[in-house]
Design a protein around this ligand. Structure first.
Ligand SMILES: [Zn+2]
Length: 436
């Protein structure tokens, strides 16, 4: 399925030097439309969209197995877009206002009595350097059962950092649960939800402060204790730090990494098309200007290379039980495979059963519906993605991707939904870990 070349909108107004300024690319007056379309038709429309400087957002699934594609249309081309007479729903009249309403990046939270950053962390989005500090402060608050980890470096030389947590068996004694967040830069909710923040900092304190085995939560909460005793958790909340920083400082809707290539002025490789399994197939692009540019060879994006190496280390040691690549915003649990619609992992029936109940648990808190199924069938074909690599090349029993909220708000999810998103996912994860 075609993804359209992403068009960069270079900001024209300077911003102040404030530490927490957000995105100087302007989306004022951009309309967001949801287009209902057959997958085959999107490639026909691609040239038209290009000529109208339309920004492609997310794919989704409409009623009766139709596909949806969300588009951001610059104000100067709204009339021309309307003249195409396509069937659409307007999701936003002014994307710039949505970004403003998302709120400014907030200062670092206070600490609570346990020495852990307070729940106010979830009241707003935060600058990348504050995420790093947050992981470090969380780790420092339960030092006997956690460590900071690093998996290589980004193109611009930022360490890909995270946390490793373990239970009573001791460090590195159990099969891995491996989480990757924010592979796509603009999917900010993923680095708020994915890093086990829910486990550590959302859960009604102190019940879920389970990381320290001496802690009361570890003794009292069976789900928490079982999960931590059964698995070593490796969480890399922002595997695309360069893109994430760029989405905070320059372009809120940036997706790829920030890799420069020879013989092109286009920047960025889609890290989630750069893995070796299914590399270069349908649902990825060899065009450096595309939103889904795969790179020229598997792992030629340094971030992907680092993650493949890290995964191989886990696989060769205690093995990987569960991998989740966190995305937004289609509200769907994606199982392998994405690169083919014609074959399935051997344990697909068990996977679908687990995903169905995980989805049901997620829905219990706020009625947020999550679809589920093999990615190629339930969303769209995507080749060279991380979950397929984990399944086929790293022996992972459950190689999943989860697209978080929200099909209504898109990438620019209001900050007051960060905590609800964390809570509902926490409920799903508790079920999944106890039953997989
Ligand atoms: Zn994504």
């Amino acid at each position: 399925m075609a993804f359209f070349p992403f068009l960069l909108f270079i900001g024209v107004l300077s911003t102040t030097a404030a530490t927490h300024h957000k995105s100087n690319t302007h989306f004022d007056g951009f309309q967001v439309h949801r287009l209902y379309v057959n997958p085959e038709d999107t490639s026909v429309l691609q040239a038209t969209f290009d000529s109208l400087s339309i920004v492609e957002l997310n794919h989704g699934r409409g009623k009766n197995n139709t596909s949806t594609l969300d588009l951001a249309i610059p104000p100067s081309h709204v009339e021309a877009f309307r003249a195409l007479n396509l069937t659409t729903t307007i999701l936003s009249d002014n994307l710039g206002m949505d970004i403003a309403a998302e709120g400014p990046l907030q200062d670092y939270p206070e600490f609570d009595a346990d020495g852990v950053p307070s729940l106010s962390w979830f009241d707003a989005y935060h600058a990348y350097e504050d995420h790093i500090r947050f992981w470090s402060d969380l780790q420092a608050s339960f030092p006997n059962n956690s460590e900071l980890i690093q998996a290589g470096q980004s193109f611009e030389g930022r360490p890909i950092q995270g946390i490793h947590l373990w239970g009573s068996g001791g460090r590195n004694s159990k099969p891995a649960v491996f989480f990757n967040g924010n592979v796509h830069a603009r999917e900010w909710i993923t680095s708020m939800v994915s890093p086990l923040h829910p486990l550590i900092d959302y859960c009604p304190v102190p019940l879920c402060r389970f990381i320290d085995v001496d802690f009361v939560g570890y003794e009292n909460d069976t789900a928490v204790r079982t999960a931590l005793d059964n698995y070593d958790f490796y969480v890399l909340p922002v595997v695309n730090p360069d893109g994430f920083v760029y989405s905070q400082t320059d372009n809120r809707l940036w997706r790829k990494n920030r890799q420069k290539r020879e013989n092109t002025t286009e920047i960025g490789t889609d890290i989630n098309r750069n893995w070796s399994v299914g590399f270069g197939g349908d649902g990825s692009s060899s065009n450096p200007g595309s939103e889904t540019f795969s790179g020229y060879s598997p792992g030629d994006a340094p971030e992907t290379a680092a993650l493949m190496k890290f995964a191989q280390t886990l696989a060769a040691d205690k093995g990987i039980k569960l991998y989740i690549d966190w995305h937004s915003y289609a509200q769907v649990i994606l199982l392998s495979y994405g690169y083919t619609c014609d074959s399935f992992p051997e344990n697909i029936d068990q996977q679908i059963s687990l995903a169905r109940e995980t989805s049901a648990r997620i829905a219990q808190s706020y009625n947020t519906t999550f679809d589920y199924g093999p990615g190629c069938l339930v969303l769209y074909q995507s080749s060279g993605n991380g979950r397929d690599y984990m399944t086929d090349a790293a022996g992972t029993e459950f190689g999943w991707g989860i697209e978080l909220r929200s099909t209504s708000y898109g990438f620019v999810l209001p900050a007051d939904q960060i905590l609800p998103s964390s809570i509902e996912i926490w409920e799903g994860m508790k079920y999944l870990w106890a039953n997989m």
